[in-house]
Ligand binder design. Structure first.
Ligand code: SF4
Ligand code: SF4
Ligand code: SF4
Ligand code: SF4
Length: 590
């Protein structure tokens, strides 16, 4: 009764959580414009997309993706053989155990009429599938904690998933082993099924089972009489053999039974088989109830994601389906770390301890962002930095074994952050590569907005710009800059500038304007002067600083060897640092 109630409770939790999780795919808002799309519109659009795929030639693509990518996991095989073995062993072993062992009353019996869990091939297969899972889990532990695959982080979800699988598998194996050695289990079977009552026959059968089946008897110990064993064998063949294959076939349980046999009598007295049975069954129920909340949910979500992305290919999705797909992809991520291993900017993580630089870690933060959870300014800034360091190189999307279109996700998140109105200094230039890519998709005012906001945030910290009519004395920081103390050796070269203006003459940005001074403020040679004079605010507030393309023309042409581009670059970093410290920290982010 207790187990029945536990099963129903865990099933109910599983179903409610599953429905809730799937519903979030239609509710989470990640991209630009998703806020206006109704959940019902997203749902109908998805159903329409699924139906139009099923009743079209695309069904063949769907089947191909299902066999190659979902069942055989070819995408993982292409990337890493050891990981593929681990995945196939855990995933395949667990699914086969679920279907053939946990649901044997409903599935196995329906297929094989003569099914019995203690006869072959079923007994052998159960242990074989269990061994697959154990080997898979050992490989997972080896990769994460011994091999320490670079940039592969283990979060609480990863550890819980390994723990639950380990408890289910180990309790199952120890249960099988303890039942093999337990004398009371043997006695109960003999009483219920053998139909023997003669003490001599019972002794012969017991002798045979102690010798061949690993039962630990309080009455009998080897070496045994050959005649007794032969008699026991005959009795076994007539009474037990049809229901009991040789225990060696259950190789994992038998191996453990041999190890624990010296304490077999104690195990039986403590009724350990019953305890282990409860542990095993309850662990399965806990695993079932926890599945939708756990990392294991990706078994379901990543299969759907692979199928969806396989069918979509390079097709441009309708906004409603794009929003749904991206919400689903957040659940599909297996936190395998492959994207971080291949990411072009992941090396920056060695210097900047912000996990949001790594694509695999950014997913969790984006999930928090999309769920509407209130993030602290620090958390928000960390996501922003991570997202903006990305170079749009596309490598993460190519290698993701689940087929997540990470590129599209980063694009959407970036624009969402910008639409929220937080100044983002890394897009200060209208010539920023990323903003350039978004130009066609944006309305002109939305394209300009973040650039203006960021510049205003910088200018707001430039006291001199605010009080142009006053002569302000140089601050200590100005003097530090003037003496080049906080600049690199290359950037300090501004001090030898003699004002020939060659840098300004060759600059393509300057050449782009009829009246460059009006559009750009200080020109390159003037910025060198401002730095020389220690007037930081003038340099920081100049558009030239932010519109510089870092083409290095000025630096190459300078007759004095001034590293003009490097000076501009470092000034930019100083300005952003100051604006971040003074503007962003106390700012209440919406
Ligand atoms: S697109 Fe961005 S996140 Fe992806 S690999 Fe390239 S730099 Fe890394
Ligand atoms: S996004 Fe893809 S590659 Fe990256 S951790 Fe998730 S599943 Fe792995
Ligand atoms: S080219 Fe060199 S020396 Fe001439 S103004 Fe520019 S930085 Fe100064
Ligand atoms: S590096 Fe910048 S300042 Fe120098 S020439 Fe190129 S765009 Fe102009």
């Amino acid at each position: 009764m207790f187990l029945k109630i536990s099963l129903y409770i865990s099933l109910a939790i599983f179903l409610v959580a599953l429905i809730y999780k799937v519903s979030t795919w239609f509710r989470l808002k990640i991209g630009i414009g998703t806020a206006e799309i109704l959940t019902s519109t997203r749902l109908f659009s998805a159903i329409k997309g699924i139906l139009s795929t099923i009743f079209s030639i695309k069904i063949l693509i769907l089947l191909r993706v299902f066999v190659l990518d979902v069942l055989l996991q070819f995408r993982i095989l292409r990337e890493d053989f050891l990981r593929w073995v681990m995945h196939i062993f855990i995933y395949g072993g667990f699914m086969l155990l679920l279907l053939m062992h946990a649901l044997d009353k409903y599935i196995t019996v329906a297929i094989w009429k003569n099914y019995y869990s203690t006869v072959n091939p079923f007994m052998f297969l159960r242990d074989l599938f269990g061994a697959f899972v154990i080997v898979g889990v050992l490989i997972a532990i080896y990769r994460r904690f011994i091999l320490k695959v670079p940039r592969l982080f283990s979060n609480a979800m990863d550890i819980y998933a390994i723990l639950i699988v380990a408890v289910i598998m180990l309790s199952g194996i120890f249960l099988e082993a303890s039942k093999m050695v337990a004398y009371s289990d043997y006695k109960r079977m003999v009483n219920e099924y053998s139909g023997l009552s003669d003490p001599g026959e019972l002794k012969s059968l017991e002798t045979y089972w102690v010798k061949e089946f690993g039962v630990v008897s309080p009455n009998l110990k080897g070496p045994f009489d050959e005649a007794l064993l032969q008699k026991g064998k005959e009795l076994h063949q007539s009474s037990c053999e049809s229901c009991h294959a040789n225990p060696q076939w259950a190789f994992t349980g038998y191996g453990v039974a041999k190890i624990i046999s010296p304490i077999g009598l104690g195990i039986d007295r403590a009724r350990l088989p019953s305890v282990l049975w409860y542990i095993h069954v309850l662990a399965c129920f806990v695993g079932l109830a926890y599945l939708p909340f756990s990392k294991m949910f990706h078994i379901f979500a990543s299969s759907v994601s692979l199928l969806a992305n396989g069918v979509i290919g390079k097709e441009k999705l309708a906004p409603a389906n794009r929003a749904t797909l991206q919400a689903m992809e957040l659940d599909a991520c297996t936190h395998c770390g492959t994207c971080s291993l291949r990411c072009s900017v992941a090396v920056a993580f060695e210097e900047i301890p912000n996990t949001n630089i790594l694509p695999s870690e950014k997913i969790a933060s984006i999930r928090a962002l999309a769920s509407g959870r209130k993030l602290s300014p620090q958390e928000f800034g960390s996501i922003q930095d991570g997202v903006y360091l990305c170079t749009n190189c596309y490598r993460c999307t190519v290698v993701c074994p689940v087929g997540i279109n990470l590129q599209d996700l980063w694009f959407n998140v970036r624009e969402t952050l910008l639409q929220k109105g937080y100044p983002e200094f890394l897009v200060l230039s209208p010539l920023s590569f990323y903003r350039g890519l978004m130009k066609e998709e944006s309305v002109p005012k939305d394209y300009e907005k973040p650039l203006i906001q960021a510049r205003e945030a910088i200018a707001a910290q430039c006291d001199l710009l605010k009080k142009r009519d006053k002569v302000l004395p140089l601050t200590a920081a100005d003097r530090t800059l003037q003496s080049g103390l906080n600049l690199s050796a290359q950037a300090k070269t501004f001090s030898v500038c003699f004002g020939c203006q060659t840098c300004t003459t060759v600059c393509p940005v300057v050449g782009n304007y009829e009246n460059p001074q009006e559009a750009l403020g200080l020109l390159p040679h003037q910025i060198m002067h401002a730095a020389g004079l220690g007037i930081r605010d003038l340099a920081f507030g100049s558009n030239m600083l932010w519109d510089c393309l870092t083409c290095y023309q000025c630096q190459e042409q300078c007759p004095q060897g001034v590293h003009v581009t490097d000076v501009l670059y470092e000034l930019k970093n100083l300005a952003v640092k100051r604006a971040r410290e003074k503007t962003l920290q106390p700012m209440e982010r919406k």
